[in-house]
Ligand binder design. Structure first.
Ligand code: GLN
Length: 369
């Protein structure tokens, strides 16, 4: 708990319920889609993951802030969540190399947060009633005013957000003399996804979300990567068109999360808004090719239509979720293109699924030779 007296903060949910707690982070007002993350570690990676843009996240770990913040633990250059809800914020932090406290960090990034609320009850509500919008304020105490402001917040369903977090200009990572060149389409890519490719010897060029096929081709890529990102994939016509062109190139193509949903949409498989999504570090997934189970990191609120995938002759299901049987991985038959709904870079999370980056690099090598 911060050692200066804390201001009151109010959280109002889309179902009309009102929750009182204490402010941390910046003093202000914020809105977004309410979601919860069950991970016990990794708050800084979660807060800087661009896939969370537009969302207010309930952290299920009872204490956050205990290990402070570190410059290296980021997934993008700024905090992307719209707000944070916690049970207890720990002002006292302890970790070698920690640079400062979470409270200061959120203040620096202008993020409104609330602690001292019953996060278990809030999570149970989202699990029962489904995703809903919310507003947090530490400056407005008029609940009716907050409710009126909340009504103006758009639903995540149908919202295009990827172009808002994508890079403005292309940039490169890795060794330019590498034999493995990967063109990345950035819809909000996590830094550690790029690192996983660079660590395996790839030279990557990251392109803005609305890149043209001509521009992508000019990189003379050996493979294409379709990134994770925020918002509703079905609202991204421009991306679905580009991905159809990418797949027609017949070069190894790998998609993660939003990239998985877009690869499915480009093959006439619809996506849908899930009841409350999957966000955490312990989601069990079965690889149907090897028969092995992996514990995965997840962060998504949309999914690909299981009925449509199961009926499609042109798609092979490679991974399923063992909690709810949802589709976790697909391969396009007759094409070197595959994708997963979860996050194999797993920052934070167990590294069970990093073999997918090896498979992508091996596929590029074998298609080249
Ligand atoms: N991590 C992601 O790429 C998220 C994809 C998409 N925005 C969803 O919520 O389902």
């Amino acid at each position: 708990m911060p050692n200066t007296p804390q201001q009151q903060a109010i959280l109002v949910l889309g179902d009309g319920s009102v929750h009182y707690g204490k402010a941390f982070g910046t003093i202000g007002t914020t809105t977004g889609e309410l979601c919860f993350n069950t991970g016990m570690t990794g708050y800084q990676e979660v807060f800087t993951d661009p896939s969370y843009y537009g969302q207010v996240v309930i952290m299920n770990s009872v204490h956050i802030g205990n290990y402070g913040v570190k410059d290296e633990d980021i997934e993008s250059s700024s905090v992307k969540v719209r707000g944070v809800i916690a049970r207890n914020l720990e002002e006292l932090f302890s970790r070698r190399m920690a640079k400062g406290s979470l409270d200061e960090y959120l203040k620096l990034h202008n993020i409104v947060a609330i602690e001292g609320v019953d996060t278990r009850a809030l999570t149970a509500k989202v699990r029962t009633d489904g995703a809903m919008n919310c507003i947090i304020s530490s400056e407005i105490s008029d609940v009716e005013k907050l409710k009126a402001m909340l009504k103006e917040v758009p639903s995540m369903d149908g919202l295009e957000l990827a172009s808002k977090v994508s890079t403005d200009e292309p940039y490169e990572m890795g060794d330019p003399s590498s034999e493995i060149r990967i063109a990345v389409i950035d819809y909000g890519v996590k830094k550690n996804i790029l690192q996983c490719m660079v660590d395996r010897g790839a030279y990557v060029r990251v392109h803005p979300a609305k890149v043209s096929m001509d521009e992508l081709k000019s990189f003379k890529a050996d493979g294409y990567f379709i990134s994770n990102g925020p918002g509703d994939p079905a609202a991204m016509d421009y991306a679905i068109r580009t991905i159809k062109e990418v797949v027609a190139e017949n070069k190894p193509t790998f998609g993660i999360c939003l990239g998985h949903q877009l690869l499915a949409l480009a093959h006439d498989i619809p996506t849908f808004k899930m009841h409350h999504g999957h966000r955490g570090l312990n989601h069990p997934v079965k690889n149907l090719v090897t028969g092995k189970c992996e514990i995965t990191t997840q962060n998504h609120g949309f999914g690909v239509d299981p009925e449509a995938v199961r009926k499609a002759d042109h798609i092979e299901i490679t991974h399923v979720n063992l909690n709810d049987n949802s589709i976790e991985g697909i391969r396009i038959k007759g094409k070197p293109a595959f994708s997963v709904q979860y996050h194999p870079e797993s920052t934070p999370g167990p590294h069970d699924s990093r073999y997918l980056f090896d498979e992508f690099i091996d596929l590029i090598k074998s298609e080249k030779s």
